[in-house]
Design a binder for this molecule. Structure first.
Ligand code: DGJ
Length: 728
């Protein structure tokens, strides 16, 4: 049993394979955090709540209630009644007074896990997950808050979320509803987060904690290129192979806050949820509010173990697509090949050449609809431009299928161009503030997806296209962040609901899409990797990682992304050089090796690239077919990091049974007068022997891991090698 309640001790025990999480209830009903860490096997107790230490509990010394509130390790801290650390929950009554007190009322433990109404969330059957729901109540407000913990034993994960039920007669104003909190003693923690910008998403950042608050967040309406809804607190000695890690990842695609706060008593409070700025929710009597889910994990064996737990968890319990465990077709996308300048003939030329190289799908990117030849018009007019695609979409799709390729298409459904039929007919459909000219970004406005009729119309315009042609793949793009937070349909009290309502609208659209078209391969995208989050993963098994396809830049982007996401989730393409964003020239082979670590494809004009490169494509496609089962399903090990050593990068993927291991090595900068470089590989069976493909060499797993493997000296910058080991 993953979850047990010790009635006499008032302790909940949550056990995964290698971690234990303990929650205690004080005699007054405060619900506190006792322990999260290495798996415990024997009797537990509640002394870590420190209720016997000054300041005393309220029953013992009522005068000191505030001191108690401000130091007790709360499972779900509330604002306004004495806990001055970051609260997770702020609520106002009808008079506008802010404050609450949540005390234990009841709990329920059951096998399986409920769906979260309107939200993406992890799933599992009664064999895979067990759930604890602790109901807390505020008697004054007539309010219930349900703390949900779903324990995935095998993957060492706890999925947490919050449901608020207004059981009283007043209308309440929720001003903050975070989804998870972890109060611990500060163990000289350092915080790891993923930060960047457009074309340099999810670079790893690690900084020591200091007194006060350190946070990352998004107020951009999407999870964003800039900061990612993930943080991990690690002990200073933590590396890939050792050390303690506490991680939280938010299953949400909008505004968020992830924060660690070190208090006066050297405790640290780690919280995650929808950002409290720009958020309120009006909760009438009888209504409920569901906050999104946070995925929590503890690793006592370093970051590598954390990554592998997240990868397994997302593959087993978040990605629903039929493609989850399937090889994805090798695609060629025309964006970097043509930008807006293409027609059916050009696409067919690309398709024919692609087919001769073994590529399996053609994706028609931005520019096929309305009168779009640049980014300043037609978003919203999802009707094929017959001047470019002569004879219509179905004809083109049939022709591409006739060549032997599947067909995919690009949409940006959430947006509208001011120069479009849709905008001319419905100018009030864009997010907007009365009397203020909308802030333009990439020449477009954002549709008000808080409105059901707009969601319906957007859905129908996308679905109509998919119903009428054999389209097997959709790239769902979103090329600007939200501004002008106004909806013509929301009243004053509800305007701060708009950001969240927008995200719910996006989820509804994607839910409908994957329900009506279950066989469709959906790839989410947002101006590159601006909405790469677990919420999107629930709908699409892969997400476009970044507009930056430069092989060297991709090392850092993919390392940061793979810290938490399975490799199969990362859209990764080989593009032309000089790279369109960095201007860097890297070998075609290296671009292939780097893209192999993701959902592999091409993004170039195959009819124009040098003959020598074109000739390499069929070999690369074969390489993809040879290794994709391993890359998609295997265990990932980070061996070396270019962002740390500034010279080289290496990672390995090992099959679950450790019978095969693929190591990728990229020498970013050549060094003169060097001998071979020794790398300590990982992912091998230490008792087994391995043959290195393409050589006569046989190595023992233990030598490779503890003695090291010698990387041959290579001349040149940006050169790479694959090493494929197979168990003898
Ligand atoms: C941004 C995406 O990341 C690109 O791949 C491409 O689809 C463009 N948008 C098209 O506008």
């Amino acid at each position: 049993m993953a979850i047990q309640y010790q009635e006499h001790k008032k302790i909940f025990e949550l056990h995964t394979k290698s971690s234990t999480y303990l929650i205690g209830i004080t005699p007054e009903g405060y619900v506190g955090h006792i322990y999260y860490g290495k798996r415990l096997h024997r009797e537990v107790s509640a002394y870590l709540l420190r209720t016997a230490e000054a300041p005393f509990t309220p029953e013992v010394n009522k005068r000191e209630k505030v001191a108690f509130m401000d130091s007790f390790p709360m499972e779900y801290p509330v604002g306004g009644t004495g806990d001055y650390r970051e609260s997770c929950f702020n609520v106002r009554n009808e008079k506008g007074q802010m404050g609450s007190e949540l005390l234990y009322r009841t709990h329920e433990i059951y096998k399986g896990k409920k769906k979260l109404e309107g939200l993406p969330a992890s799933f599992g059957n009664g064999e895979e997950v067990e759930t604890l729901e602790i109901t807390l109540a505020d008697e004054v407000l007539g309010l219930e808050t349900v703390l949900c913990y779903s324990v995935f034993e095998k993957e060492d994960m706890i999925a947490r979320s919050i449901r608020v039920n207004n059981k009283g007669s007043e209308t309440l104003l929720l001003e903050k509803v975070y989804s998870a909190c972890l109060d611990m003693d500060n163990d000289a923690f350092e915080m790891i987060s993923l930060c960047g910008g457009w074309a340099r998403e999810r670079n790893i950042q690690r900084t020591p904690l200091h007194y006060g608050k350190q946070s990352i967040c998004s107020l951009r309406g999407e999870s964003s290129h800039q900061e990612h809804p993930f943080i991990a607190l690690v002990t200073p000695e933590t590396t890939q192979k050792q050390g303690e890690v506490y991680a939280m990842h938010f299953v949400y695609s909008g505004n968020f806050l992830a924060q660690a706060e070190v208090s006066q008593f050297d405790s640290v409070r780690m919280v995650m949820g929808i950002h409290g700025e720009q958020f309120t929710w009006k909760l009438s009597s009888g209504e409920s509010f569901q906050a999104p889910e946070v995925i929590c994990t503890y690793s006592g064996e370093g970051l590598g173990k954390m990554s592998r737990s997240f990868h397994d968890f997302y593959r087993n319990h978040m990605i629903r697509s039929v493609y989850n465990h399937k090889k994805r077709p090798v695609l060629i996308n025309n964006w970097e090949a043509t930008y807006f300048d293409f027609d059916d003939e050009k696409l067919l030329d690309i398709a024919k050449e692609a087919k001769s190289c073994g590529i399996e799908m053609l994706v028609m990117d931005d520019g096929w609809f309305g009168k779009r030849n640049f980014d300043d018009n037609s978003l919203g007019d999802w009707v094929v431009n017959e001047e470019k695609i002569k004879g219509g979409l179905k004809k083109l799709v049939d022709q591409v299928n006739g060549i032997g390729l599947e067909f995919g298409i690009w949409f940006e459904p959430e947006m509208v161009s001011p120069d479009s039929e849709l905008y001319r007919a419905h100018p009030d459909w864009a997010l907007q503030i009365d009397g203020r000219e909308g802030s333009m970004c990439r020449n477009q406005y954002v549709l008000d997806l808080s409105r059901a009729e707009i969601v319906d119309c957007v859905y129908e315009s996308v679905a109509k296209i998919l119903r009428n042609a054999n389209v097997r793949y959709v790239k769902w793009d979103m090329n600007r962040q939200l501004t002008d937070l106004g909806s013509v349909c929301l009243d004053r009290e509800r305007h701060k609901e708009l950001f969240h309502r927008y995200v719910l609208g996006v989820y509804e659209l994607q839910e409908r899409l994957v329900t009506e078209f279950p066989e469709l391969l959906l790839e989410n995208c947002s101006g590159g990797g601006g909405r790469f989050d677990p919420g999107m993963l629930y709908y699409s098994p892969q997400i476009w990682c970044s507009d930056d396809t430069d092989a060297v830049e991709r090392l850092a982007i993919q390392e940061g992304t793979a810290l938490i996401y399975p490799l199969s989730a990362m859209g990764a393409h080989i593009s032309d050089c000089p790279n369109h964003i960095t201007g860097r020239v890297t070998p075609f082979e290296t671009r292939g090796h780097v893209a192999l670590a993701g959902s592999f494809g091409y993004e170039l004009d195959i009819t124009k690239i040098p003959e020598a490169e074109r000739e390499m494509i069929s070999g690369q496609v074969e390489m993809y077919h040879a290794y994709n089962d391993l890359v998609r399903e295997g265990d990932y090990y980070r061996i070396a990091s270019y962002h740390e050593n500034n010279k080289f990068d290496a990672w390995a993927v090992s099959s679950k049974d450790k019978t095969e291991v693929l190591v990728t090595y990229v020498q970013v900068l050549a060094e003169p007068n060097r001998r071979s470089r020794k790398l300590y590989l990982q992912g091998f069976d230490e008792c087994a022997l391995y043959h290195l493909e393409g050589t006569e060499q046989v190595y023992s797993g233990e030598m490779l891991m503890y003695g090291g493997f010698l990387m041959e000296p290579m001349k040149g910058d940006y050169v790479s090698r694959l090493y494929y080991f197979i168990k003898e």
